[in-house]
Design a protein around this ligand. Structure first.
Ligand code: ACO
Length: 161
């Protein structure tokens, strides 16, 4: 099952041997968590746990848009990123897109996949009616996001629990 309709996506700019598509329920078996582990600790999930997370996202329609790059030849997810759409009271109930958890598997980095994902999610945010799209990143990744059309504004603040 697809987490959101593929028809919402802009046309893919990937090479023909790769597929840009919404996350599928079966992507646990295709290495989704292995890809995320390049970004942050990603402990294994059982299929039931993974499905419960997917269901919790599906229960919040118009909010979660997880996107992946899939390689049919290796039957593996190579890269992933998620758009989360937030409804505001301000701006007449405006929408803000948040890009989260951008990760490209080690061997696939530097081949343009991260940029394809981020640009596609920003275009998706725009087409869904968001008035802006934002993300947090490390200093090291600023040049990457600038290549994706973002610019630096404000500061990130955090509390960990
Ligand atoms: N410094 C300078 N330029 C960079 C960097 C960098 N660190 N990373 C990429 N670029 C440039 C590339 O040279 C390329 O330039 P070009 O368009 O002129 O050729 C452009 O940015 C696009 O690069 P991609 O090949 O698309 O980058 P990649 O597929 O490797 O994805 C990413 C970049 C996501 C940072 C990847 O390296 C990765 O997964 N890193 C580890 C996890 C991580 O840090 N994720 C981001 C967390 S922030 C968040 O999730 C909101």
């Amino acid at each position: 099952m697809s987490l959101f309709p593929p028809s919402l996506l802009p046309p893919s700019t990937l090479p023909d041997d790769l597929v840009l598509r919404p996350l599928h329920t079966e992507d646990l078996q295709l290495g989704h968590l292995d890809v995320l582990s390049v970004l942050s600790p990603t402990p294994a999930l059982s299929p039931a746990q993974y499905t419960a997370i997917v269901q919790s996202m599906l229960a919040r329609p118009d909010t979660y848009y997880p996107l992946v790059v899939f390689s049919p030849s290796s039957n593996k997810i190579l890269a992933c990123a998620t758009l989360i759409v937030e409804r505001k009271f301000l701006r007449g109930g405006g929408l803000v897109g948040h890009i989260e958890d951008v990760a490209v598997s080690q061997l696939a980095q530097g081949k343009g996949l991260g940029k394809v994902l981020v640009v596609a999610l920003a275009r998706l945010a725009e087409s869904l009616g968001c008035y802006k799209c934002i993300l947090d990143c490390s200093q090291d990744n600023i040049p990457f996001y600038e290549k994706c059309g973002f610019y630096q504004k404000e500061y990130e603040m955090v509390q960990y629990f």
